[in-house]
Design a protein around this ligand. Structure first.
Ligand SMILES: Cc1cc2nc3c(=O)[nH]c(=O)nc-3n(C[C@H](O)[C@H](O)[C@H](O)COP(=O)(O)O)c2cc1C
Length: 426
């Protein structure tokens, strides 16, 4: 199940330092890169079937092809390391243990799309990781790996700038992220009707997740088959899966796509700790519909199978929930986060998150009614498909799944606490 491509060097002492990185294969792809034409690099990535690791799973190569032909305008690569979703904590492993792999991936990806400048947008709270990353970039500049030339010999200017986020989850959404780097408020942009690249200060840009970019050097160096031999037909290769909750070995593991979720929890996570029983799993970061224990039995870690059972793979951040945890509390915990993080630009999202939070708070206070559950589901529907970005539909997905799949629990909570609430409040 475990296949180490991106995480290959994570366990090597001082793997983040340039000297150690160079001894362990970092920057080896660059010589091969410059024997290839940029379009050939993109073709290789297309053939590898590499899919974005930022949550949507979009195919990486075809996305690069959305960049317009090279002209006089500057072109940009933007590496998305905002990583602010509850349950998602994988990109920080790359920042911590192999920042030079990210830099190598940035060189390969930028060359393919004709970009000479890359911005890395990193979660503002990641102070330690920001320092690690900046230190690695400084080392790379000092060794002339990047700068006016690449690897001190290839005539390709490559500059990397780190941009620290201000702590807003919405700034992980690619267009809000661009607005944020442009110095504006992090509000998502309206999307064009057709597919096109992103626009940064009016210039063509591609936004990729940090892990997506870190997956590219292996494909360049070893060819697409080195990637397609793992995973499934539609989701080749590997992904860093973060496992949290009361399992014996929580952590981040690089697995090939398609592993059976129960096996991953048992064999890699070590199973539930302290004799706890698994109640549910939120499979891919907080925004994915929850899976009941029965659904977990049918879950495989790839996009298609996960869609088939009504959820998504998202960022691969598996949140394990044991028996004994109240789903009303889970719903409150999550909606409080989304209420706080809604950027407020779209009314259905701003008001919807607020109202669901208020209603669940009321239920928790012992003043809920059974019709509140219908109201929550109605509000969810008003949030779906009516906003600029997919933040609101994602909130709908997780809240609706909680209320529908654990309705009995919500009903029991409302009925059991009613008297208590009435007594306290007269
Ligand atoms: C609310 C919201 C938050 C997001 N946060 C992140 C994030 O922290 N990191 C990330 O890579 N993508 C995030 N995304 C997805 C990005 O918009 C974008 O699809 C992704 O960075 C593209 O990279 P990929 O194709 O390599 O996955 C977020 C999307 C939404 C709607």
């Amino acid at each position: 199940m475990i296949v180490k491509i991106v995480s290959k060097n994570f366990d090597i002492p001082d793997s983040h330092k340039l000297e150690v990185a160079l001894k362990n294969g970092r920057y080896e792809s660059i010589d091969k890169l410059f024997t290839m034409a940029p379009d050939d690099v993109t073709e290789e990535v297309c053939k590898s079937g590499l899919r974005g690791k930022g949550g949507g799973g979009a195919a990486c190569g075809p996305k690069w092809k959305l960049m317009p032909p090279v002209d006089e305008r500057p072109r940009y690569l933007i590496a998305n390391g905002d990583e602010s979703e509850p349950g998602t904590f994988k990109d920080r492993q790359i920042f911590e243990y192999d920042p030079h792999l990210l830099i190598e991936g940035i060189i390969c990806s930028s060359y393919a799309i004709g970009a000479h400048d890359c911005y890395i947008y990193i979660r503002g709270e990641y102070k330690f990781f920001i320092d690690r990353l900046n230190a690695a970039i400084e080392e790379a500049y000092a060794a002339n790996i990047i700068g006016e030339k690449v690897m001190n010999k290839y005539d390709y200017r490559m500059n990397i700038t780190v941009h620290r986020g201000g702590g807003a989850y919405i700034c992980g959404e690619k267009s809000a992220l661009i607005e944020s780097i442009e110095g504006k408020r992090g509000h998502p942009r309206l999307k064009p009707h057709g597919k096109e690249c992103e626009w940064f200060f009016g210039n063509p840009a591609t936004v990729n997740n940090v892990e997506t970019i870190a997956s590219v050097p292996n494909i360049v160096l070893n060819g697409y088959e080195s990637y397609t031999k793992y995973g499934t037909e539609k989701a080749p290769g590997t992904m860093l899966f973060a496992m949290s909750g009361p399992v014996k070995n929580p952590g981040v593991y690089e697995l090939q796509y398609g592993c059976k979720m129960t096996e991953v929890i048992e064999k890699i996570g070590g199973g539930m700790k302290d004799g706890l029983k698994l109640k549910a799993v939120i499979p891919g970061g907080a925004s994915c519909p929850i899976l009941t224990a029965e659904e977990v039995e049918k879950a495989y870690l790839d996009y298609e199978t996960m869609w088939d059972i009504g959820s998504t793979l998202g960022t691969g951040g598996m949140m394990i929930i044991p028996e004994g945890v109240s789903m009303v509390d889970v719903a409150k915990n999550l909606i409080e986060f989304y209420h706080h993080e809604s950027c407020g630009q779209c009314t259905p999202c701003r008001e919807g998150c607020g109202w669901i939070d208020t209603i669940i708070e009321r239920i928790l206070d012992g003043h809920g009614t059974i019709s509140d559950l219908t109201t929550i589901l109605d509000v969810c529907e008003t949030m779906n498909g009516k906003t600029v970005c997919v933040f609101a539909p994602a909130v709908k997905d997780i809240i609706k799944s909680l209320v529908e799949k654990y309705r009995d629990e919500f009903v029991a909570y409302i009925e059991n606490t009613k008297e208590q609430g009435d007594a306290i409040n007269g």
